[in-house]
Design a binder for this molecule. Sequence first.
Ligand SMILES: [Zn+2]
Length: 194
Amino acid sequence: MDNFAYVLGDEATGEGAIVDPGFEPARLVAEAGRLGVKVTHVLVTHAHFDHVRAVPEVVKATGAKVAAHRASPLRPDVPLDDGVVLRIGHVDVRVHATPGHQPDHLCYEAGGRLLTGDTLFVGECGRTDLPGSDPRAMWRSLQEVLARLPRSLEVCPGHDYGPTPTSTLDREFRDNYTLRPRTIEEFLRFMQKP
Ligand SMILES: [Zn+2]
């Protein structure tokens, strides 16, 4: 499924997080160890199985707390809301609610990077035809939430679906056909086409 999981860490304290552990928990925990990251949190962009299936194993191996949207079916240890800042070590992780693909979807901004989960891929946006999806909410998330963030942010998506693994918001707002300026009605028609 070409899922990406991420390890982020604070170089000063060594504390850090694993983001979206969908598969291969032992490999993720080993990679965190190799990087010298003590995993205090698991960050979840949304509760689809390919982003969370390995959460229990990672928690068991690390004792990390699970942070996700307050409304997440995971019932997170650290319930998050739009606009809050989660501190991991000395790193501020800014939480942006981006519903559309799923109602509990969050993007995480930290250290000049934006972890976009299944809201934004390189060259694409997430599907809005799944149970719980809402194309109107996706339009707002893309055109009102992501559009207001610094364009210099490096986009780190939840799947390897693009020509490059990562991008920047600047490049995506120039090249990504799902981010072209559209009214909400135009976007709804656009998302209905296969
Ligand atoms: Zn998903």
